[in-house]
Write a protein that binds this ligand. Structure first.
Ligand SMILES: Nc1ncnc2c1ncn2[C@@H]1O[C@H](COP(=O)(O)OP(=O)(O)OP(=O)(O)O)[C@@H](O)[C@H]1O
Ligand SMILES: O=P(O)(O)OC[C@H]1O[C@H](OP(=O)(O)OP(=O)(O)O)[C@H](O)[C@@H]1O
Length: 217
């Protein structure tokens, strides 16, 4: 019996982009597009694929542990998870930037050696940036969302967060102070699956790569 290739896809912002890219290479799952469904896992018997949509932050876990062979998730989530995965393709969708942001008044403190507080949903990325790139000691405060509030209410001097259009920062009187890295959705593969299902997975990645290049033209 042929083994299913299992996909862990991030729900939320990336789901539509991901399903559309998969559809463009002939991998469809009609049932999954039904926004009202409460079903969590979907099978395409004909193609030998299984799909599930999980919380974005759980995708690296499913893939590293082998519960899924392939995952699609943002680079931010991959960096924050710190899991052992093969990152095989940049899908060039869900593009945004990881930035240090805050009020203009925090700019000086960022570079004058003050011990600043940094609030973030991404403590690992924040720590790596300040400690390993900037060689600066900071206090990191983990938050779970609406991070822009932190400097406004005095919880921190700056934040490390995702910036896409910049509207959230602007509407809250904050700005980008430093850019950490560009972000986009990536395809990740379980290390064992890459060996066991090499042919099917490389073919799929190759097909996706062609679509990504064509979409860029
Ligand atoms: N404006 C944006 N804000 C946040 N993420 C964005 C944005 N634009 C693109 N992305 C990408 O989309 C991914 C998924 O974002 P989404 O908001 O759906 O998930 P999440 O923030 O992990 O979930 P939750 O809001 O439930 O914590 C992010 O990890 C990031 O790579
Ligand atoms: O630059 P923009 O286009 O304004 O997008 C960036 C904002 O969107 C994300 O928040 P999200 O909507 O995921 O809410 P959360 O912070 O509560 O998770 C992110 O954390 C920023 O706040």
């Amino acid at each position: 019996m042929r083994r299913y290739i299992t996909f862990a896809l991030a729900k939320g912002r990336l789901a539509k982009h991901t399903l559309s890219l998969l559809e463009q290479i002939g991998i469809t799952c009609e049932e999954m597009k039904d926004e009202k469904t409460r079903k969590l896992i979907f099978v395409n018997e004909e193609l030998g694929y299984r799909f599930f949509l999980s919380k974005a932050t759980d995708v690296p876990t499913y893939v590293e542990m082998g519960a899924a062979d392939i995952g699609v998730v943002g680079k931010d989530t991959i960096l924050e998870a710190g899991r052992k995965l093969y990152e095989v393709l940049d899908l060039n969708v869900g593009k945004c930037r990881m930035c240090v942001a805050g009020p203009e008044s925090a700019r000086e403190k960022l570079n004058d050696g003050s011990l600043i507080r940094v609030a973030s949903k991404y403590p690992r990325i924040a720590k790596d940036y300040f400690y390993n790139t900037k060689h600066q000691t900071v206090e990191i405060i983990k938050l779970n969302g609406s991070v822009e509030l932190a400097p406004i209410v005095g919880l921190s001097e700056v934040i490390v967060d995702i910036v896409e259009t910049g509207s959230t920062l602007k509407e809250n009187g904050l700005q980008v102070l430093e850019e950490i890295c560009p972000l986009s959705a990536r395809v990740v593969v379980n290390e064992v699956s890459m060996k066991m299902e090499h042919e099917r997975i490389t073919k799929l990645v190759k097909d996706l790569k062609k679509i990504v290049s064509a979409n860029q033209e």
